[in-house]
Structure formats: C-alpha cells, structure tokens
Design a protein around this ligand. Structure first.
Ligand code: ADP
Ligand code: MG
Length: 516
C-alpha cells in the first residue's frame, strides 16, 4: 500500500463529514492531519496527529465507533488508527519548572473489545508532565492513579477559627453546595455541551481526568454556578470525592483577609489544602487582589500536586480577566476551559418546560414559546419571567395563557413589534391555514389560496414597514392595488364573520410569537 497518509485520511474525513454536524466536524476533525501510514504484521496503521490530549479523550469518548467504522471502510478490516498527540505549549511542572513540548503516541481503542489497548502504566514512563499518570479515559478507572485519601478530615467550620484543625474528632467540611444544582436539572444543548460533558466526566472521577483544573466561563446567568455545583453534588452523593467545597472567590478573599487579621493564615492555608474537590466560583473577582492571588496560587499548586480536583468559573475567557498574575492565569489554562453560551430557542423552551413541570404549574405551550422567543439575555431572566407568571396566577387566580403572559410581562418583554419579513408572514400564515407557501406567490385563484394570500398581505401591511408596492412584489409581482383590495377585504370579513375574525386573530397570535 503506497498511498500517502493524507489521501487515506481525506477519504476518512469525507465519510466522517457525512455523519456528524458541521460544527462538530469543524471543531474535532478539520484541524487533524494524518502523518503516517504503515504496514505491520498484516495491519495497516494510520497515524493521525492530535493537537492536544483533550482531543484524544473527546474523540475516543464521542467518536470511537464512527472512527472505527470509517477506518474499516477505508483500510479494510486490518485497519488500525493511532494517535500522535502533540504537547503544544510548554507545560509547567509542579515545581514551577517547564517541560518543553513533545509528542506521544497512543492507539485508538481495540476494535473488538472496545477496551483501550494501551497499557496505562506506559504513560507514566513516557516522562510526560502533569496528569499523564492518570487515566486518559474519563469515567474509566485508572490503572495507576492513587487516591489514597482515607485520612479523616479533622476540621470544622463551626469553630471560632474556622480553619483550625480539631485534633481527633472527625468533622466534615461544609461543602456549601445548593442541592438543587444537579446534572438532572441541567438541560443540555449545543450552548453548553462541551462544558457539561467535561463536568460529567470529572464528577465520576475527580482528580483523575485530564481536565484539571476545569474552568467554565461565560456571561451572567448562563449556568456556570449550576454546573460547577452539579459536579460537587454528584461527587457528594456518589462518594467520588471525600471532602468537597464550593466557595465564591469573594468568600475565599474575605476569609483570607480575616485569617491574616486574626493571625491564623497558616490554618486557612492548611484548611484549603485538605480539600479533594475545590470549586471556586467567579475567579474574575481575584483580579487586582494580589495577596489573595498569591495565596490561591499556593493552594492551587498544593492541590494539583496532590492530584486533587480544582474547578473554577469566570465570567469571561481567562485571557481577558484583568489584574490576574500571569503565572496564575497559566495555571487556570493548563487543564480545560469550556464556555457556556445563551441556549438556542429549543433549549430555552426545554428549560422553561422543565421548570413548569417541577413546580407543577399548568402553562400553555404558547406561553413557553412566547417567553423563550423574547427573553434572550440569560437563563436567570428566562426563569424569572415564568416565576413571575406563577406568582401572578397564585395571587390572582386564572390560567397562565398568552393574554395573561403578555400583560404581566409587559415591562420585561418589550415587543419590538415590527421586524417580521413578508416571507415569514407568508410562512406562518400558510402554515396555519395548511396551504403550500409558494401558492400565495403563484397565480392560482383557488378560494383557500386567495384567503391565505389576502391574510398575508394584510399582516404584511400592518407588521412590516414595506410600501404596498414592495409588498405586492413579494406576492409574485402583484400590483399595489391588489394589496389595498386584500387589506380591505380582510377588514370587511372580520367585521361580518366571527369565524373569519377568529382565524385572523389566531394567525396574529402565531405571528406575534415570531416578532423579536
Ligand atoms: P451563572 O453562574 O452563569 O451566572 P447560574 O448557574 O446561576 O448562572 O444559572 C442561573 C439560573 O439558570 C439558575 O437557576 C440555573 O439553575 C438555571 N440554569 C442555567 N443553565 C441551565 C440549564 N442548562 N438547564 C437548566 N437550568 C439552567
Ligand atoms: Mg454564578
């Protein structure tokens, strides 16, 4: 077989492209290059270079089966896939020294058993830095990771000095978690998929995945606190970590400052260093607080050296956080950073639906659509809108329907009114009247089509800023007088025929859902 490796890989990419979303293809496959195609013992071995070990884990976790099928299709049953993982940047060793970049080779999972073919112990002798001694497969036990944390925790938050060691009596660390922030209650969407998957992997095996530290970043109210606490709650419930603690960066700072004033900074430091799973929320607040950063840096190092898990959140990507020391920033970045974004419409609806179900409130689906269509700033506001309706219904009685929702949320949802296009109006109207959309632009004079056309013209006049002439053009190049006639005709029928009027009102409601 003398084919160049990239020709074979391109053939694979073609197949992969057809089987996954464009976004996933771009993220996970487009950056990859094949670097070798060897034949050994009747096997064809294709080696693909991966930009980081995270790619390795992600591909094996999410695309293992697709890759296996693809390789078999392109190289035949004797095909094997190998990864060459580049260690891109210099990695910082625990003692602060740097390890230059390099690469390592790992085989894809075994074809038949689906088990990793690699001998994990080999990983530790490759001399690679950081977490390479641990399992590269999230969720699978590592052959070599040692989590010998059976020493009882001996401190308690109840004491006068919250960070002092108590001696013999075992006391739990207060995890400070909100038990409502669970994975079960966290709706997954494209907006948070990577962050959620990594969070899930970490929750199963804190400290033993390559995602350490794990940093989630994104705007206000997009689920960062929920997700990082979900890791803590899972670990607590399933015993995957012994001492767990969630702390806001403000509280960390406050406690630290207090400990200095009270002359027990040593206890403070010791306290944090004994935690197995430390979750620090909103680290952007460390910006400009040098002493706190210094302390956090030491705690961070101590935990990482001991194989403990660190989870962080920030309201922006780490590189944009002002006033954070370079060495701390690079610490934040040496694991995995994943962002959360505002969910797309379907996910927004799913979040509202879940909330309505949880609270046992009957809410008309139109209302959920209405809120999800209009509230696009963040999830907290999305929830706030629904809670407001529930409160209103509880106080004043009555159903939560569109009329009530529009009234109660008037100040929250400023309906921009007119930003529909004529095409959208045609689509929504025809959809409602069950007429193929292109007929309103065609010549046909069938009664139902004429009705749909007239109603679309009527709303085009009222809901867009277009001139009658332009509207006519959107209806297969009709004259402006045709539009005038249509509008008049709709108004007349509304006056005389109540069934017709209800139909027009129903279309108006559908259209209002689409106004932004
Ligand atoms: P952040 O920390 O990013 O400001 P939060 O985690 O406080 O945001 O989330 C705000 C609210 O939205 C919380 O009530 C949370 O439960 C909810 N929420 C956020 N993301 C989701 C999601 N994907 N599924 C369900 N609820 C969510
Ligand atoms: Mg938060």
């Amino acid at each position: 077989m003398n084919r160049p490796p990239d020709a074979v890989w391109n053939e694979c990419l073609e197949i992969i492209r057809d089987n996954i979303s464009r976004q996933s293809f771009r993220t996970w496959f487009e950056p990859l290059n094949a670097i070798a195609l060897d034949r050994e013992d009747d096997e064809s071995k294709l080696t693909v270079q991966l930009p980081s070990r995270f790619y390795y884990e992600w591909l094996e976790e999410h695309y293992h089966s697709l890759l296996r099928k693809t390789i078999t299709k392109v190289l035949g049953p004797s095909g094997r896939l190998f990864y060459d993982i580049v260690i891109e940047r210099e990695e910082i060793e625990d003692d602060g020294s740097h390890v230059a970049g390099g690469s390592m080779q790992l085989p894809a999972r075994d074809r038949a058993s689906g088990q990793p073919t690699m001998d994990t112990s080999r990983l530790s002798v490759t001399g690679l830095p950081g977490q390479f001694g641990t399992s590269p497969f999230p969720g699978q036990p590592s052959g070599i990771a040692t989590k010998g944390q059976s020493v009882p925790r001996m401190f308690s938050l109840e004491q006068a000095n919250p960070h002092a060691m108590v001696g013999v009596r075992r006391a739990e660390v207060d995890p400070n978690l909100n038990s409502g922030y669970t994975f079960e209650r966290f709706i997954e969407g494209d907006c948070n998929r990577l962050a959620r998957s990594a969070a899930w992997a970490i929750a199963q095996n804190p400290g033993s995945t390559a995602f350490n530290p794990f940093l989630i970043y994104g705007g206000v109210g997009l689920g960062k606190t929920h997700l990082i606490q979900a890791i803590g709650n899972y670990a607590l419930e399933n015993g995957t970590a012994e001492s767990i603690m969630y702390v806001s960066s403000e509280r960390f700072t406050g406690d630290f400052v207090r400990s200095i004033k009270q002359n027990n900074a040593g206890d403070f430091s010791q306290y944090y260093r004994n935690i197995d799973l430390l979750i620090v929320d909103d680290v952007q607040f460390f910006g400009g607080k040098e002493k706190t950063q210094e302390e956090f840096f030491h705690v961070f190092n101590a935990l990482q050296q001991a194989g403990k898990q660190i989870i962080l959140s920030a309201d922006r990507p780490p590189k944009d956080i002002a006033g954070i020391e370079e060495r701390l920033l690079s610490r934040f970045q040496c694991g995995l950073s994943a962002d959360v974004q505002m969910p797309e419409l379907e996910t927004r609806i799913a979040i509202l639906k879940r909330l309505a179900e949880e609270t046992g409130t009957q809410v008309h689906p139109d209302v959920l659509d209405y809120i999800a269509t209009h509230v696009k700033s963040n999830i907290r506001e999305l929830e706030g809108a629904l809670i407001r309706l529930q409160a209103h219904a509880a106080l004043h009685g009555g159903e939560i329907d569109l009329v009530m929702a529009r009234g109660v949320l008037r100040d929250l949802i400023v309906e921009a009114g007119v930003s529909l296009t004529v095409e959208e109006i045609q689509r929504v109207t025809c959809d409602f009247l069950k007429i193929p959309e292109d007929l309103v632009r065609a010549r046909t004079r069938k009664r139902e089509v004429v009705q749909a056309r007239q109603v679309s013209m009527y709303f085009s006049k009222h809901l867009t800023n277009h001139s009658l002439k332009t509207i006519g053009l959107h209806f297969g190049g009709r004259d402006h007088s045709t539009v005038i006639h249509a509008v008049q005709s709709v108004e007349d029928q509304c006056d005389t025929d109540s069934a017709y009027r209800d139909m027009v009102e129903a279309v108006r409601k559908k259209l209002e859902l689409h106004t932004r």
